[in-house]
Design a protein around this ligand. Structure first.
Ligand SMILES: Nc1ncnc2c1ncn2[C@@H]1O[C@H](COP(=O)(O)OP(=O)(O)OP(=O)(O)O)[C@@H](O)[C@H]1O
Ligand SMILES: Nc1nc2c(ncn2[C@@H]2O[C@H](COP(=O)(O)O)[C@@H](O)[C@H]2O)c(=O)[nH]1
Length: 189
């Protein structure tokens, strides 16, 4: 359902392994006019991840300082690591009227809903739980105990789908990306 008022900020959330990062990477390639926020995290980089591109990789102490200084719009602990959205770069892009996207988990999405009620919240859903498990294990970036923790969290996230303004099923990367862009453009005329 379209929102009552236009929003310049879209939040993409959904369970770990559903394909948020993959869809956002495709969106960055094909739709560079949409600005994608770079989060801070205490998680160590995966092979190929670059500081300042996929994430700002920070220590737990640095993250705590960012929280104390009020530098993060929202933040959350997820599967043993901390994640947060830097406030200043997002505020600059919003002030400039640019369409902006955050890719964050459920607790963060709820915080954004509270602080920026005009934000448009999109839930990326898997075709099935079995496919979600296949994708998370198939990515091969986490050991079995971390995959189990992320799947536990995925069940909680799936139960919150109804809190979102729109649901996009990631059955196909190209189709899901196009549907997401359609929503971003619908809320950012
Ligand atoms: N539509 C799709 N069909 C099949 N495989 C997909 C699809 N979308 C993503 N994948 C694969 O699923 C795996 C997880 O994708 P990705 O890392 O983008 O998920 P994520 O939601 O960003 O996860 P996390 O929240 O843990 O970072 C990757 O191996 C990716 O290539
Ligand atoms: N609340 C926030 N969640 C975030 C942020 N950046 C990323 N995330 C989410 O964390 C999990 C795990 O990410 P991963 O890269 O370790 O697989 C995933 O759901 C991301 O969407 C953030 O700034 N705030």
């Amino acid at each position: 359902m379209p929102p009552d008022r236009p929003a310049r900020l879209t939040v993409l959330s959904g369970p770990s392994g559903v394909g948020k990062g993959t869809v956002v990477a495709r969106l960055r390639e094909l739709y560079p006019h949409v600005w994608v926020s770079v989060s801070c995290t205490t998680r160590p980089p995966r092979p190929g991840e670059r500081d300042g591109v996929e994430y700002h990789f920070v220590s737990v102490e640095q993250f705590a300082q960012l929280v104390r200084d009020g530098e993060l719009l929202e933040h959350a602990e997820f599967a043993g690591n901390f994640y947060g959205t830097p406030r200043a770069p997002l505020a600059e892009r919003l002030a400039a009227g640019q369409p902006t996207l955050l890719e964050i988990e459920l607790q963060g999405a709820r915080q954004v809903r509270q602080s920026l009620p005009d934000a448009f919240l999109v839930f990326l859903a898997p075709p099935s739980m079995a496919e979600l498990e296949r994708r998370l294990a198939g990515r091969g970036t986490e050991p079995a105990d971390v995959i189990a923790a992320r799947l536990d969290r995925a069940r909680i996230e799936m139960a919150a789908e109804g809190e979102f303004d729109a649901v996009v099923v990631n059955d196909d990367i190209g189709r899901a990306t196009a549907e997401l862009v359609g929503l971003i453009e619908a809320v950012c005329p």
